[in-house]
Design a protein around this ligand. Structure first.
Ligand code: SAH
Ligand code: SF4
Ligand code: F3S
Length: 449
């Protein structure tokens, strides 16, 4: 029996998958991987060994696209050597108008191209590719209903992402996401709860609820369910230790959501609150629907309601028309909020978005200079906030061995701070108490107690 199994495993085809972009894409890749395993493929981390290569792409900034082009170009040699190799490309970048054609023209050796709305049909495309001469191009512009129950091969055994809604209705003027991910669609609370219960039965301790704007969860459901109520329902699920979520939009952050976070003991003290700019004038041009003052007031209420909360953000520098004065508003906001960390981005023009058509695009050198000034302020507040942890005893969810040192374990606090400390394999997947002995700029060092 054992021998038979071994032979079977050896004959299994191997797939390699590379994912760019956000957690939405990560989750899609976990589903692709889950489906492939169901039909007998095994995963490999070595491109050269694989029978199938999948690139799951992102197009939120130009850089993301350039990486995909670079990596695709490099596959030509491999395909020449291994003509049976199947190359598939999918994800947000493929949903852009004309992109699939462009890919086929520039990289004719690509076998399958599909988009974000029909990823669940991938096994069908794989079957077809063996019979068809030409590349398969299957891009859907309209989203199907939500497809439940796909197998999912998760990266971690400890923490998991659970998508609660797909798409985005906000159309921030710089952003391509609503064009490539479609309109907001919420999953039914029962489906979300069942997925979480299943995860708990497999030993998962932490879940992160995912959506482009989780605060507008459930508005499209019948009957409507608010995000605050979803948090309360999930908090009741036996055996779950930590609930996190991203991303809430500041314009929809109601007091009810704040109260739910404070009330629910499993919801962690961590809020990712993308600000994008500190200038009310620029925020208006971005179509964000809040002012600097409203954002700062929300931060004040969050800090009042959730003691010791960690606040993180996303900021774009160099949006069209951003003056030195506008940018200084961003700096002053960052100084005032004292973020725990921030993803800082240089504005990138995206075809089809309103901001791409705006005059007064900012010169690259100005964008870079502003970017560096902002990063300095963010790093200073990160380091200062981390320093506060020295001497504290924190609950850490242990995720794995540390990447650079296999005598150390790595995990996170409830507030999302990365902590490394000496320990053994037995602690992986568990919550342990750790004393923080030293704070670095981007992580903490601790000792298990
Ligand atoms: N839905 C989430 C995140 C969307 S994309 C939200 O609204 O917060 C992640 C981040 O990418 C955004 O928050 C924004 O800061 C950044 N981003 C989006 N489009 C961009 C562009 N054209 N140029 C630079 N950064 C961009
Ligand atoms: Fe993009 Fe704005 Fe939607 Fe976030 S809320 S995905 S930034 S359009
Ligand atoms: Fe995410 Fe990039 Fe798509 S940020 S939604 S993978 S465009």
């Amino acid at each position: 029996m054992n021998n038979e199994l071994k032979v079977k495993e050896k004959n299994n085809k191997l797939f390699f998958i590379e994912t760019w972009g956000c957690q939405m894409n990560e989750e899609d890749s976990e589903k692709l991987s889950g489906m492939l395993k169901k039909i007998g493929y095994e995963r490999t981390e070595v491109k050269q060994d694989s029978d199938l290569i999948i690139f799951n792409t992102c197009c939120v900034r130009e850089n993301a696209e350039l990486k995909v082009y670079g990596n695709l170009g490099a596959l030509k040699k491999l395909k020449d050597k291994k003509p049976d190799l199947i190359i598939a490309i999918c994800g947000c970048m493929m949903q852009q108008e004309g992109m699939a054609k462009e890919i086929v023209k520039r990289f004719p050796f690509v076998d399958i191209i599909f988009g974000t709305h029909n990823a669940y049909k991938f096994p069908e495309y794989l079957n077809r590719v063996k019979q068809e001469q030409n590349s398969i191009i299957e891009i859907q512009n309209k989203e199907d209903g939500i497809v439940e129950g796909l197998p999912i091969d998760r990266k971690s055994d400890v923490k998991a992402f659970v998508t609660i809604m797909y798409g985005c209705n906000n159309f921030c003027t710089y952003c391509i996401v609503p064009f490539v991910r479609g309109r907001e669609r919420s999953r039914k609370p029962e489906d979300i709860e069942n997925e979480i219960k299943d995860l708990i039965s497999k030993g998962y301790k932490e879940i992160t609820l995912l959506g482009q704007n989780v605060n507008s969860y459930g508005k499209d459901l019948e009957p409507k369910v608010s995000f605050a109520n979803l948090l309360r329902r999930i908090n009741e699920i036996e055996g779950l230790e930590r609930i996190k979520f991203m991303t809430p939009h500041p314009k929809d952050f109601t007091q009810d959501v704040l109260d739910a976070i404070a009330e629910c003991e499993n919801v962690c003290e961590q809020v990712h609150l993308p600000v994008q700019s500190g200038s009310s004038r620029i925020l208006k041009k971005m179509n964000r629907h809040y002012t600097k003052e409203q954002y700062l007031d929300l931060v004040r209420r969050i800090r009042e309601t959730i003691p010791d909360v960690a606040i993180t953000t996303d900021i774009i520098v160099g949006f069209p028309g951003e003056t030195e004065e506008d940018f200084e508003e961003t700096l002053s906001l960052a100084r005032e909020v004292q973020y725990d960390s921030a993803f800082t981005f240089i504005y990138s023009r995206r075809k089809g978005t309103p901001a791409d058509e705006m005059e007064e695009q900012i010169a690259e050198d100005v964008k870079h200079e502003r970017f560096n000034r902002l990063v300095e302020i963010i790093n200073a507040s990160s380091a200062k906030n981390n320093k506060k942890y020295e001497g504290r005893i924190e609950e850490i969810l242990v995720e794995d061995f540390s990447k650079n040192d296999d005598t150390k374990l790595t995990g996170r606090t409830r507030t999302g701070k990365l902590v490394n400390f000496p320990g053994s394999k037995d602690s992986i997947g568990k919550l342990v108490k750790v004393k923080i002995v030293k704070a670095n700029s981007f992580s903490l060092i601790g000792e298990e107690i």
